[in-house]
Design a protein around this ligand. Structure first.
Ligand code: FMN
Length: 192
């Protein structure tokens, strides 16, 4: 049986080849303990060796607080030009600190400093204030590497369900639902 994660990577490459802007953008849905959902776009940053989908964010953000309480989450990719959608559901866990360090080290310096100064998801007096704080931090880190803030890092979503969706004529879309079964997957075709 085909591996749906291999198909996800292949579709992503297809989207890049077609010149899609932000092809790695995916909607991340989380929910509070009392089941209130929230969703936002984050960037897909590759698979772990265990096949978890990686993304990086602030560990004190709204999404992170919701994931601390309830690690079940969903991700959705959509590439309009390909007529394709991928839906993924599973549990999320923080990456090992070394993996977050390695990713952070490769980010542009301005983004590294931005991670230090932005208290993501919390109210701020103004964006200007953050710009000032960024200048202060830039001076502080001048001449050296910017370390990863302890409150910033990666997550991996371990998929238990993956749906590969391809647009079809007359709304007869092709829907293939893969569900984890040990090391493999079971496949069901769903009505569009
Ligand atoms: C194209 C795009 C990519 C984004 N990528 C990320 C990302 O990788 N990580 C992140 O924390 N926020 C990213 N954001 C911002 C989030 O959508 C969101 O505003 C932020 O993470 C705060 O969400 P929260 O308050 O629900 O935690 C991205 C937004 C867009 C539009």
């Amino acid at each position: 049986m085909i591996d749906p994660l291999a198909t996800l990577l292949a579709w992503l490459e297809e989207a890049k080849a077609r010149g899609v802007h932000e092809p790695e953008a995916m909607v991340l849905a989380t929910a509070t303990l009392d089941a209130s959902p929230s969703a936002r776009v984050v960037l897909f940053r590759g698979l772990t060796d265990e096949g978890a989908l990686r993304f990086f964010t602030n560990y004190e953000s709204r999404k992170a607080r919701e994931l601390d309480d309830n690690p079940r989450a969903a991700l959705t990719f959509h590439w309009a030009v390909l007529g394709k959608q991928v839906r993924v559901e599973g549990r999320v866990a923080r990456l090992a600190p070394a993996a977050s360090d390695a990713y952070f080290a490769g980010r542009p310096r301005l983004s590294q400093i931005g991670a230090w100064v932005s208290p993501q998801s919390r109210p701020i007096p103004s964006l200007n204030e953050l710009v000032e704080r960024r200048s202060e931090r830039e001076a502080e880190f001048a001449g050296g590497a910017v370390p990863r803030p302890p409150f910033w890092g990666g997550y991996g979503l371990v998929p238990s369900r993956v749906e590969l969706w391809t647009s079809g004529e007359g709304r007869f879309h092709d829907r293939r639902l893969f569900e984890r079964d040990g090391q493999g997957w079971t496949l069901a075709i769903l009505a569009p």
